[in-house]
Design a protein around this ligand. Structure first.
Ligand code: SF4
Ligand code: FES
Length: 362
């Protein structure tokens, strides 16, 4: 049934817990905000435990322990144990750098259910260059092997952009060799750090077309061996993605300092006020906070979304992208071919520059 500004929010299913913004890597497309939270402002493990209990009561089924690099938290095992104790399916999203085999074993004993490791490329020197960290490729390889040895399901997150898109097939082969049950072909999303590096990262139309065809072939070739998830990169799509499953509909992010966001890039939209788990319960934030209610339902939409039959499928696309490209967070996501700003997106795909990356640093 269509939601038209309903005041009864649906139940959230997922919680992304950004335990820290600290990370040894410097990926130029990092999803963390440009203004990173510092260590002294991070939530204590006991507060995370309360957040997980509240999330579970709200209906959340899965928690993703993320960062930065969650392994930078010395109390990661305690945090994972509290997520498990709250009854949540507990997934660790890690760079693979900063976690030892011993700590991984402790995490398994604490109830960890799943591990997701990101890879920068199938070629070690390129992977280390993109990560801005020498030896990252080898460390990831070792950690992924250990995950499989311990019997946990492994997902490989292959982040795709101009420098590595021609090796999509090799990256799927690498995921298979590592023993992953699933690989996500995750095209870079242009917010925050990636927006700063967009000209250095964006692939060409020809590269995207070749990769899409290849992924279809790989799906057929590896059917039953590995699940391959992939979507067309935003700037080359005809319709926008239903970002985060719709604003305030499915999930939330908690930042290292405790702010609760409808999506990881929501702080890029000026004027939104984000409530914190330090002052409010998750239920209060989910149901009543102005930021979550800003783009719920469809009442906020402008044309062409307001009268479009797809409005309950893609929810008008991504609010952060609409703001980044048009200056209006309530505008139709300009990657939609029905948007009056679509030509601007097409023009941006032609702006390419092989300048050095602007690496993310604390
Ligand atoms: Fe989606 Fe809006 Fe485009 Fe319709 S006009 S397809 S609702 S983004
Ligand atoms: Fe914020 Fe898409 S990243 S709505």
């Amino acid at each position: 049934m269509a939601e038209t500004g309903s005041t009864t929010p649906p139940r959230p299913l997922g919680l992304l817990a950004e335990l820290t913004h600290r990370c040894p890597l410097g990926c130029p497309y990092c999803s963390n905000p440009l203004a990173l939270d510092t260590r002294d402002g991070e939530l204590a493990a006991a507060t995370w435990a309360r957040v997980f209990r509240e999330a579970s009561v709200l209906g959340v089924l899965q928690v993703h322990l993320s960062g930065g690099e969650p392994g930078a938290r010395r109390d990661l095992v305690e945090i994972a144990a509290s997520a498990h104790a709250a009854g949540l399916y507990t997934n660790l999203i890690t760079s693979g750098v900063g976690l030892t085999a011993r700590r991984l074993t402790e995490l398994v004993q604490a109830g960890l259910d799943h591990v997701q490791v990101s890879i920068q490329d199938s070629a070690p020197s390129s992977a280390d260059h993109i990560a801005g960290y020498e030896g990252a490729f080898t460390r990831k390889h070792e950690l992924a092997s250990e995950v499989v040895r311990l019997g946990l399901p492994l997902t490989v997150n292959a982040v795709i952009h101009r420098a590595n898109i021609d090796r999509v097939g090799d990256m799927v082969d690498l995921a298979l060799a590592l023993g992953a049950s699933r690989v996500e072909i995750a095209h870079v999303q242009y917010y925050g750090w990636a927006l700063k590096n967009r000209a250095a990262l964006i692939p060409t139309r020809e590269q995207v077309d070749r990769a899409v065809t290849l992924v279809d072939e790989l799906r057929a070739r590896h059917h039953g061996r590995i699940v391959i998830d992939a979507v067309v990169p935003d700037y080359y799509a005809r319709y926008p993605k239903p970002c985060v499953g719709g604003w305030g509909r499915r999930s939330f992010n908690v930042t290292p300092s405790g702010k609760v966001l409808p999506c990881h890039a929501a702080e890029s939209i000026p004027g939104l006020v984000f409530w914190s788990v330090r002052q409010h319960t998750l239920a209060e934030i989910w149901q009543e906070s102005p930021a979550f209610n800003a783009f719920r339902g469809t009442a906020w939409m402008k044309e062409p979304c307001a009268s479009c039959p797809r409005r309950d499928q893609d929810f008008g696309g991504c609010r952060c992208q609409a703001f980044a490209l048009t200056g209006d967070a309530a505008a139709t996501d300009p990657v939609c071919h029905l948007s009056p700003n679509r030509a601007q997106v097409t023009a941006l795909t032609a702006v390419q520059d092989d300048a050095p990356y602007f690496y993310r640093r604390m």
